[in-house]
Write a protein that binds this ligand. Sequence first.
Ligand code: CTP
Ligand code: MG
Length: 553
Amino acid sequence: QRPIVRLLSCPGTVAKDLRRDEQPSGSVETGFEDKIPKRRFSEMQNERREQAQRTVLIHCPEKISENKFLKYLSQFGPINNHFFYESFGLYAVVEFCQKESIGSLQNGTHTPSTAMETAIPFRSRFFNLKLKNQTSERSRVRSSNQLPRSNKQLFELLCYAESIDDQLNTLLKEFQLTEENTKLRYLTCSLIEDIAAAYFPDCIVRPFGSSVNTFGKLGCDLDMFLDLDETRNLSAHKTSGNFLMEFQVKNVPSERIATQKILSVLGECLDHFGPGCVGVQKILNARCPLVRFSHQASGFQCDLTTNNRIALTSSELLYIYGALDSRVRALVFSIRCWARAHSLTSSIPGAWITNFSLTMMVIFFLQRRSPPILPTLDSLKTLADAEDKCVIEGNNCTFVRDLSRIKPSQNTETLELLLKEFFEYFGNFAFDKNSINIRQGREQNKPDSSPLYIQNPFETSLNISKNVSQSQLQKFVDLARESAWILQQEDIDRPSISSNRPWGLVSLLLPSPPNRKSFTKKKSNKFAIETVKNLLESLKGNRTENFTKTSGK
Ligand code: CTP
Ligand code: MG
């Protein structure tokens, strides 16, 4: 089970327990707020990586004088930024202004010695702060919970929203990654990079997937990949005169075996030497071999892969789609949340639709609107310049990276309409015949008999939803139809906000009535409303249950 991560605020960093939209987000543009990020993905990644390299993670005593703590650390160098969070204890993330300060801090740090156990010495950037003597000035640092709200709080907020559009935007604000959570994700990758660098000094551990593509929900896993391109490319620059020097290396029969060997060693290394890395599992026979582990201090479930540049490129593509129109992320978050509420998605791998597939379906749907809300991948390719040219393992991954070169959409449809139309569209989609293709933005004949076929945008011979079974697809279609119907009924019989009845998005997030097949009958509408009312009441009683417990990632 994932540890609960609560972030604790510092003055000027995050406010206390306010609505998240009222929080000052600090001076840094995050790319995850409701404003549209204008920076290139690579710029954002480089900046955050550099920030993370100047940052340390410190396990602190439960009660601490924040001023003294900062004063103590400042003797090693000026501090740029800091915050506290809770995850099985109190932790501080401290960003120095200069990377060199970390060396000074490490030089003043001891390896612990205990009578019962022996420490494996490792000079990491993850520290443990002990107090020499008890002082009376210590107090609890102020806290701000960074997990999504409980069901009850979320549903209440949504019920008091002014419109369905407002509900979708509220859900986005509640669930999106915060600035601190994003920083913690980059720091975790940077700490893992330190361990991998023992073998591969020029490696980079890069986050990808929902941690960086702007579609991540608080509590989502941390996908990272070990980038060895620097090590590979070193020899290319080192030619001089008549001589060509090559490193002596071991050779293996395939790229896959090389990947498995590298990940196997790193898995061992994380398991044996990685501070805070627990539950290390080597899943090397998967299509994309990986090492899965929990990073206890940050609370993240991590998936480490190598050689996964295409997945990083698809994260970049999603980042661009998420930035082009403010409706995109609001719709994706609500659809993901709807799917999780009805167990269409799961944190356990299986025959379920994944969040990644759902995001592709929303993008495709938005490409199909008239006028389109999102451009096709092919049109993003035509806008590309020489700098954007990119071929990875023979796959053309060229598309425009500069957001300002993409024309905004002329479409003015509301989120309410789009939500309804999304359910209508996929409730009636010819899944038996057609595949979903965001490259061309139109349906195509399915190349095989997989129940759901969503073409991988870059490895175009792959289906990203190959795992989905016919029964899971059917469940999706039934629920989409039911949701379209619920929204249609509300148009006729719209509950007033003061009636305290679940409405709009809330009605869609509550479990379906048992006799789903009869949802087209007027009689069952009353039943559905009664059921959701009762469920809402029971949820109100359950204060402590957190939405993530039932909804996972
Ligand atoms: N990916 C892919 N093809 C798949 C599955 C995943 O290319 N069939 C890539 C995508 O770039 C995806 C990333 O791997 O974003 C991480 O996969 P996953 O963790 O399953 O999805 P996320 O987008 O990170 O969503 P979640 O929040 O559910 O983790
Ligand atoms: Mg993920």
